[in-house]
Design a protein around this ligand. Structure first.
Ligand code: PBG
Ligand code: ZN
Length: 309
């Protein structure tokens, strides 16, 4: 009877798994703050790609970690950059896997900020052409979806225009629309080696107190041409997810690194039942209104869904 009246379902079809690809050889570096998550070099990336493929989830979100970083993030739009090489490899060997490419400069800049920096200020408009170049470059090597996570104003319009002008009109944009300046990202910054070396991201990411502003950010991205919108993080922002679902656009929620690490740490200590907690979290995110969940738990969830009677 419970099966008949169960309102919210989680399916493999809902999940995207983030991966970290590092430049270099023979790398499988565990991320200390994210148990079970590794940085892989391209020559060892099959270890994780085969798992993703076998799990039956639709695809992955890729983050590249270059060796060389500079002020203008030149590795981000280098046609032989680590992310470009990785995407070429993935799409050739695993054409059925959907590749979502994160577009942001922070993994590629020497200062670790998501945009161009001048006199300790992050310059919004000067950043847009670089993000556009990066998006075009990643789409050209095979990215199926472009996902700008930088939070500069006007970037969705700039990227849409650049894609269209480069013959990439059918590449969709998944915009990190309501992305909050969150302490929940700190494990990710270990994983992606992208912590800002001064200040914080509060001049471009949102204040966690601002729900109405989040809705304006989403509306802006939709009017600029976003195809999928996102709320990030997920669990502390279920109210935003709920309200965002009213736009009727495909809605993604990013269950971020810190949310993952808290569950893993508590589970390792035996304080909680990892599987039950994770499945409850997934249901909560979907119940709030998300269609898509980006989560480091995706491969486990896919496995647990198989076990379910
Ligand atoms: C890059 C980016 C970040 C995340 C996704 N893309 C970090 C940040 O903005 O500092 C966070 C993901 C996570 O915590 O899992 N802009
Ligand atoms: Zn960034």
């Amino acid at each position: 009877m419970r099966r008949l009246v169960h309102e919210t379902h989680i399916s493999k079809d809902d999940l995207i798994y983030p991966i970290f690809v590092a430049e270099g050889e023979n790398i499988k570096n565990p991320v200390a703050s994210m148990p079970g998550i590794y940085q892989y070099s391209i020559d060892r990336i099959d270890e994780i790609l085969s798992e993703i493929k076998d799990s039956g989830i639709p695809g992955l979100l890729i983050f590249g970690i270059p060796k060389h970083k500079d002020e203008l993030a030149s590795g981000a739009y280098d046609e032989n950059g680590v992310t470009q090489q990785a995407i070429r490899y993935i799409k050739k060997k695993y054409p059925e896997l959907l590749v979502v490419a994160d577009v942001c400069l922070c993994e590629y800049t020497s200062h670790g900020h998501c945009g161009v920096v001048k006199e300790d200020k992050i310059l919004n408009d000067e950043t847009l052409p670089l993000l556009s170049k990066m998006a075009v470059s990643l789409a050209k090597v095979g990215a199926d979806i472009i996902a700008p996570s930088d939070m500069m104003d006007g970037r969705v319009a700039a990227i849409r225009k650049a894609l269209d002008e480069n013959g990439l009109a059918d590449i969709p944009i998944m915009a990190y629309s309501a992305k909050f300046a969150s302490a929940y990202y700190s494990p990710f910054r270990d994983a992606a080696d992208s912590a800002p070396c001064f200040g914080d991201r509060k001049t471009y990411q949102m204040d966690c107190a601002n729900g109405r502003e989040a809705l304006r950010e989403i509306a802006d991205d939709i009017s600029e041409g976003a195809d999928i919108v996102m709320v990030k993080p997920a669990l502390a922002y279920l109210d935003i997810i709920k309200e965002a679902s009213a736009y009727g656009f495909p809605l993604a929620a990013y269950n971020v690194s810190g949310e993952y690490s808290m569950v893993k740490a508590a589970a390792e200590k035996g304080f909680i039942d990892e599987k039950k907690i994770v499945m409850e979290n997934m249901i909560a995110i979907k119940r709030a209104g998300a269609d898509i969940i980006i989560t480091y738990h995706a491969l486990d969830v896919a496995k647990w869904l198989e076990e379910k009677v």
